[in-house]
Write a new protein. Sequence first.
Length: 316
Amino acid sequence: MSSHFNRRNFVKAAGAAGIAGLAGCLSGGGDGNTLSWHAGGTGGTYYPLSNNFKTIVEDNTEYSLQVQSTGASLENVGSLNREDAEFALIQNDIAYFAVNGTGHKDLEGNAMENIRGVATLYPETIHVITQADSDIETVADLGGKTVNTGDAGSGTQVNALQILETAGIEQGDFTEQNTDFDTATDQIRDGDVDAAFVVGGWPVGSIENLATSAGISIVEIGGETRENVMNEADWFAEDTIPADTYDGVSEAVETVSVQAMIATHEGVDEETVEAVTTAIFDHTGDIDQKAEFIDVESAQNGMSIDLHSGAAAYFD
C-alpha cells in the first residue's frame, strides 16, 4: 500500500487534539479475563457493533469485554500502542499509518510496531451530508463553505481532508468545524455548517435520525474526483450508498470507503486472540450490525498490517 498522498495541508489540522488522543491516559487494559475493547462514538457503527461482539464473546468464551466509547481510529491506535486496550476497532488506512509511522502529523516518525491485525469487517463509507435543500452537489462545491470534517485528529478528519485536497480545496479555502457525528448532524439540522463528513457503515444512526427528522442530501464523490481520490490513496475503494438507505434519498449516491477492522497488539497472548476471533467468526449469525459484510471468507480483504499470531491460527 502506497503512502504518496500530498499531506502538507491536512496533517496540520490534527494538532493538539490528535496528540491528546495518542498520548492521553485512558482507562487501563483488561484484568484477568476482562478485556478492554475500545470502540468509537455512540452515534456511529463502532460502538453498537462492539457491543454485538461483547455479547458473542461473553456467551462463547471465558472472557468478558469492557467496551469503551472513544474518538475512534486515531485515539484507538494510541490505546493499543500503550497497551491500554486489548482490542479496538480502527480504519485500515489509520492502521497502516500507525504501524508505519506515516500519513498523519501525530504518527509521522512514531511507528507503532506492536499493533497487529485481527480481521477486516465492512466498508466504512464516506458520507458527505448537507441539508435537503442545499445547492451543494459535488465535493468541489465545498469551497468557501463551512464544513465539519469530524473530530479533530480522527480518521474521519484525515479522510475528509484527503478528499477535499484531491478536489482542489485546501484548508484556507473553507471554514473547518470539528465535532463528533451526533453534533455534526445537529449542526446540519440547525444550519450551523453547510456540510459534514461522516465515516461509517451505512446506515449510520446519527444520519438516519437527521434524515427522518429534518431531511438530508448526500453529496456524491464520483467520476473523476473519485478516480483521483483512489489514485492518490490506495486504501480508498469504490462504494455506493444504495437508494432509500436514508429517508428522502431516493437515488443511489457514488462515494468511496475505507475498511473497518479489529486490531490488537502483540502483548495480548495468542490463546486470547484466537479465542476471541473464533467466537466472533464462528457466530457471525448473531451479529446484527453490518452482518451482510462480516464473514470468514472476506475477513482478510484490505488487511493493511501484519496479523496477530492468534488471528492467524484461526484463519489458517
